[in-house]
Design a binder for this molecule. Structure first.
Ligand code: ACO
Length: 422
């Protein structure tokens, strides 16, 4: 017999089914709660509410498990590339070599961004934050591609996916070039997606540009590690906006805005800002370690601990190795990165951090890699967005294909009761 939950209100009992996921997670199905009892649940921040069922990503924060479509993140980071993982997330299955090649070629067909988009870019002040520009430019793509996606038509959906993957990467790098005063760059269809990212960012017309395979591999991994994280704030936003049948670009643009918030995508930026602060104040890591442990001091060691992963961050384990390889290959000598190394070593040996399971999270190492590659701090969240794009698309697609209803939470009104306006 399937399990149920009994709720008793004013002596009356109501029975609700318990829904079980494929990894044995259980949820009380309260779809009929209001109809049966007249009551709703109150759960700000949705910490106890499943907003959907999903077949895309499984994570277990206690055990440090992250899987996309059933594949362990460790396996994917070691054996797949970013576009392969993107295909897997979006379409549900690992692509064959042939399908992957077609996917890459089809994305290439959509890497040209309408020249008129440049005049929109020109309108932004030089001081504008790249995430603000990225959100606006992604939204503007809707006007240049006004036809809405027919989600019931496989071909149409596939084309929309390729278009989004192609154009988003280009405009993401344009936000940086605008800030640097560089001429806008175009995708080179003879090169791979991640290599193109580096070219699009850093290649200038006056000299040849070459990027090392170690850097491409590290970025490939970083994008894979960020590609999806189930129903986080930006992903839930993408699903919520898309649930009104808003277009894919508009929904992704909303996701970019959600990711921009310092409580979400801004963590790796916060790591670098902290390291710079330590450096500017003499580089005394012991002092900052002591501050982090002092309960009277609000200072926290940025990049340590995680809201979901309570024992270790599986992504951090993978990227730590890549960070070391990048630093070695590039031969970077940077006092900020030295401070990061010292801080990491000291914290990993410190009883306070050990006893609370506070390990460096993925943002700690990603910030270090980005800095070593010459990516400015305010572009870090844009890097996160590039990595998260396939996850947003996959979640949007799943939500539409499942014909989920428009998102419309309830509230409990606590304002004034009726009064007269004189
Ligand atoms: N530095 C020093 N002490 C810390 C840190 C830290 N970074 N993180 C947690 N602690 C301490 C807490 O003070 C608490 O100590 P106590 O048990 O003596 O009271 C204990 O460790 C448990 O911490 P919580 O605050 O309960 O952990 P929570 O899950 O609420 O917070 C969080 C997680 C917000 C990520 C926190 O670890 C933190 O602020 N980290 C630094 C910021 C950061 O890197 N954020 C990005 C993480 S990615 C993400 O969350 C999406």
């Amino acid at each position: 017999m399937s399990k149920t939950a009994i709720l008793e209100i004013d002596g009356k009992k109501y029975e609700f089914p318990i829904f079980k996921g494929s990894e044995n997670e259980e949820a009380i199905d309260i779809k009929k709660l209001r109809d049966l009892t007249g009551l709703v649940t109150l759960d700000p921040g949705y910490k106890n509410s499943g907003s959907c069922t999903s077949e895309i990503t499984f994570l277990d924060g206690e055990l440090g498990i992250l899987r996309y479509r059933g594949y362990a993140i460790e396996d994917l980071a070691a054996n797949a590339n970013f576009l392969e993982v993107s295909y897997l997330l979006i379409f549900g299955e690992k692509p064959t070599a042939e399908i992957l090649e077609k996917f890459e070629n089809d994305i290439r067909k959509h890497t040209l961004v309408n020249e008129e988009m440049k005049s929109i870019l020109d309108g932004f002040p030089k001081t504008a934050h790249p995430m603000g520009i990225l959100a606006a430019m992604t939204s503007a793509l809707t006007s240049f591609n006004p036809k809405s996606v027919d989600v019931d038509n496989e071909k149409d959906m596939y084309c929309a996916v390729c278009k989004t993957m192609g154009k988003f990467l280009v405009i993401a790098t344009w936000t940086f070039r605008k800030n640097m005063g560089y001429p806008m760059n175009y995708y080179d269809n003879t090169k791979g997606y991640v290599e193109n990212f580096m070219r699009l960012m850093f290649e200038i017309p006056t000299e040849p540009y070459k990027v090392s395979q170690t850097v491409i591999d590290a970025l490939d991994k970083l994008f894979i590690l960020h590609a999806d994280h189930e129903q986080n704030c930006s992903t839930s936003t993408v699903r919520m906006v898309g649930s009104s049948h808003a277009g894919l670009f508009a929904s992704i643009s909303a996701g970019v805005s959600a990711l921009w918030g310092p409580l979400h995508g801004g963590a790796n930026q916060a790591v670098l800002e902290m390291l710079e602060e330590i450096h500017n104040n003499g580089g005394d890591t012991d002092k900052y370690l002591a501050k982090a442990k002092d309960k009277e001091d609000p200072f926290r060691l940025m990049g340590f601990g995680h809201r979901v992963y309570k024992n270790f961050d599986p992504r951090a384990k993978i990227i730590k190795k890549a960070a070391n390889e990048v630093l070695e290959t590039l031969g970077v000598e940077d006092p900020i990165l030295e401070i990061a190394r010292k801080l990491e070593a000291a914290a990993l040996e410190d009883e306070y951090f050990k006893s609370r399971n506070l390990y460096p999270n993925v943002d700690f190492y990603s910030g270090i890699i980005y800095r070593a590659l010459g990516i400015p701090t305010d572009m870090f969240t844009v890097m996160f967005a590039i990595g998260r794009l396939p996850g947003w698309i996959a979640q949007w697609k799943e939500m539409r294909e499942n014909k989920e209803p428009i998102g419309r939470p309830r509230q409990i009104y606590t304002g004034s009761t009726l009064r007269e306006f004189k």
